[in-house]
Design a protein around this ligand. Structure first.
Ligand SMILES: Cc1ncc(C[n+]2csc(CCOP(=O)(O)OP(=O)(O)O)c2C)c(N)n1
Length: 297
């Protein structure tokens, strides 16, 4: 990561990162994830990569958090319902200062605090333990209701892949959220349309996805945003702030395995470890993306 970005991150409480800086940061963090996954010979590259711009924007532009006080009662919460993408969450949390980036290479080492699926009991900054698909939104409804009951005013973000929507529990939560209308609950879907062993259309077609939420009574974003375009993600944040009607749904179009051309859109790269040849061939693409994005800073 270049010096400009490093300085910006260390001053993040005083000055927000620009769109260009956020894009360059996301490119850097995507490479970090690629390197960790390859060195540990484990997954999940596809879904970690597809969420990278979204989580970068959340942790480095949007969320009201205090890395030095991870249990701060008024902090905004993020529930990573797609808990298999833990390497993404850990990379964000470490870079944002919740723990040392030197811990990242211990990803999935037995005894490390960075286990394959996030644990709120082990890792500073993890707001909820996840991994079994479909739980995130139910927990989010409870967390958001608790905020009001306890006199807090935090946001609860739930980030899921479309795989969580194959679980009936998600739809129970969609209904209960429409009934109880928890304030500041935002459900974000990283819609990369590929799951573990096939496309979403093969496994369980979901379209028209946003319309389903509208019919259930949610406040749905007026468009589906490009989840790799930082400006579009910032636009989606503007929409979140545009009214006080809850719960809110934002769908992002994304690409599984984004950034390495020959891995994009393939369920093979959902959980497969990155082999040496694919690493050697793919890494230069990610480095080139960083160079392109840092060149304009
Ligand atoms: C209840 C449950 N069933 C099955 C799995 C195994 N599993 C892990 S990830 C995954 C596919 C998820 O697809 P998606 O949500 O689209 O993930 P993304 O592409 O965003 O990584 C499956 C079936 C699980 N973790 N939990």
């Amino acid at each position: 990561m270049n010096k400009v970005l490093q300085e910006k991150i260390s001053n993040i409480d005083k000055e927000k990162l620009s769109r260009e800086e956020l894009s360059a940061l996301a490119a850097n963090l995507r490479l970090t994830m690629f390197d960790i996954l390859q060195s540990r010979q484990t997954g999940h590259w596809g879904g970690a990569s597809s969420s990278t711009e979204i989580t970068t924007a959340l942790y480095f532009n949007r969320m009201n958090i205090r890395p030095e006080d991870p249990a701060w009662a008024e902090r905004d919460r993020l529930i990573l319902s797609k808990g298999h993408a833990s390497v993404n969450l850990y990379t964000m949390l470490a870079t944002r200062g919740f723990f040392d980036t030197a811990d990242l290479p211990s990803f999935r080492v037995l005894g490390s605090h960075l286990q394959g699926h996030p644990s709120m009991k082990k890792t500073p900054g993890v707001d909820m333990s996840t991994g079994a698909l479909g739980h995130g939104l139910s927990i989010g409804v409870g967390m958001a209701l608790a905020s009001t009951l306890q006199g807090n005013d935090y946001f609860t973000y739930v980030l899921s892949g479309e795989g969580c929507l194959n679980e009936g529990q998600t739809w129970e939560a969609v209904m209960s959220a429409a009934k109880f209308r928890p304030k500041k609950l935002v459900y974000m879907i990283d819609y990369n349309k590929v799951q573990l062993d096939g496309t979403s259309n093969e496994i369980m077609p979901l379209d028209p996805l946003a319309d389903k939420f509208k019919d259930f009574g949610w406040n749905v974003a007026p468009k589906t945003y490009d989840g790799h375009d930082m400006q579009e993600i910032l636009d989606s944040f503007d929409w979140i702030d545009s009214d006080d009607v809850w719960p809110k749904l934002v769908v992002y179009n994304t690409v599984k395995g984004k950034g390495v051309s020959f891995m994009e859109g393939l369920n093979k790269w959902h959980g497969s470890p990155i082999d040496a040849d694919s690493y050697a061939q793919g890494r230069p693409e990610l480095v080139a993306d960083i160079e392109r994005k840092e060149a304009v800073l």
